[in-house]
Design a protein around this ligand. Structure first.
Ligand SMILES: NC(=O)C1=CN([C@@H]2O[C@H](COP(=O)(O)OP(=O)(O)OC[C@H]3O[C@@H](n4cnc5c(N)ncnc54)[C@H](OP(=O)(O)O)[C@@H]3O)[C@@H](O)[C@H]2O)C=CC1
Ligand SMILES: O=C(CO)COP(=O)(O)O
Length: 330
């Protein structure tokens, strides 16, 4: 039996905790960032703010502090929004024992440093690190719908240990030593999901969606390989799998933000209507371009998405700009 601490009681942290409890054999706790939110969950045994409708099993504990959550944990799964991961890990760092494993389940790139989440963790602690990626809407995982995902660590033996500890009949994990590819696949697909949503909001058709997904995959792969990823990871669950899910699935927050942008709504108003739920692609778009510029990689869809999000580019003009680029070989 392992003690597993899940840090972050948004939709995904809650679904991971539910999935681990359903699997059985572990002692699982779920830490919420806001004490008021944790109090609500203790009373209702439901995460009404972020993942309503799933009864939290009595065996799932809701610690009062980060210290209580991580003390004695064998595995610590960090599921905060990406831009808050550094502060959360910095807070627990002085409490960590060297054997405690850190797993990131967040999908983003840090704003200014352009670091992946495992790199942020490694910049603060010397603990072993892994990442969880792949196509996995929280609501479907919580409902026990069959889901296949990826657990990656540069230490393949660690990834395989976590694969065993996290897998269940409804949550099938593949292990992978390419943590770079899994993290970048998960972060960069959010930007393309925004673009696919924009196309839907503009009432464009299936041809446009297919073009955005395929050419989106091309630019994700270019950047990820430049950063050291393997092509086959991007063709797998953490790349193509998650891209297809978020570009087509109506549960995607990133796609939803894109749809609203395509309909002509303004970004601040759309973010407001998310009620604290995170659409990682909004911040990841500029971080991705920063990383791309370090490596000299062209990312036309990400570029146009950045113009729409942060420079008032009209969505239709962004599509036109993509369609009228100089001809290319595929
Ligand atoms: N939802 C999904 O289906 C999936 C999400 N992910 C990834 O998981 C990560 C978390 O997303 P998700 O669980 O959906 O989050 P949600 O959008 O459901 O909730 C937002 C979370 O952010 C927390 N938060 C707000 N401010 C802070 C802060 N300063 N420090 C720490 N936490 C804070 C909120 O906590 P509080 O209200 O207590 O302040 C809340 O838990 C993201 O990187 C996302 O891309 C990955 C796969 C699937
Ligand atoms: O990453 C996800 C599923 O794998 C969730 O995507 P959204 O954040 O767009 O909802």
């Amino acid at each position: 039996m392992s003690k597993i601490a899940v840090l972050g009681a948004g939709a995904w942290g809650t679904a991971i905790a539910i999935s681990l409890v359903r699997r059985g054999g572990h002692e699982v706790c779920l830490w919420a960032h806001s004490p008021a939110h944790a109090d609500e969950m203790r009373v209702t045994r439901d995460n009404m703010r972020y993942l309503a409708g799933f009864v939290l099993d009595p065996s799932l504990t809701l610690p009062l502090s980060l210290e209580e959550a991580v003390t004695g944990a064998d595995v610590i799964v960090s599921v905060t929004p990406s831009q808050h991961l550094r502060a959360t890990i910095a807070e627990i760092a002085p409490l960590l024992q060297p054997h405690q494993v850190l797993v990131s389940a967040s999908k983003g790139i840090e704003d200014d440093s352009h670091l992946r989440m495992s790199q942020v963790m490694q910049s603060i602690t010397g603990n072993p690190v892994a990442t969880l990626g792949g196509p996995s809407f929280a609501r479907e995982v919580a409902a026990g719908m069959p889901t296949a995902a990826v657990i990656a660590s540069a230490d393949l033996a660690l990834a395989q240990r976590l694969q065993t500890e996290f897998s269940s009949e409804s949550f099938r994990l593949y292990s992978n030593a390419d943590i770079v590819g899994v993290e970048l696949g998960g972060a960069l697909k959010n930007v393309i999901a925004l673009a696919a949503g924009v196309a839907t909001g503009l009432n464009l058709g299936s041809n446009t969606a297919a073009a955005l997904m395929t050419r989106g995959m091309a630019e994700i792969t270019r950047l990820a390989i430049a950063c050291g990823a393997e092509q086959k990871t991007l063709a797998g669950l953490a790349g193509m799998g998650d891209l297809v899910l978020t570009c087509t699935g109506t549960l995607s927050r990133n796609r939803t933000v894109g749809v609203e942008l395509g309909k002509g709504r303004k970004l601040p108003e759309i973010i407001e209507s998310l009620n604290g739920k995170v659409a990682e692609g909004v911040r990841c778009t500029s971080a991705a371009l920063g990383l791309a510029s370090v490596h000299g990689i062209e990312m036309p869809i990400t570029e146009q998405m950045n113009q729409v999000l942060h420079h008032n580019q009209a969505p239709l003009d962004a599509i036109r700009a993509l369609m009228t680029r100089p001809g290319k070989d595929e």
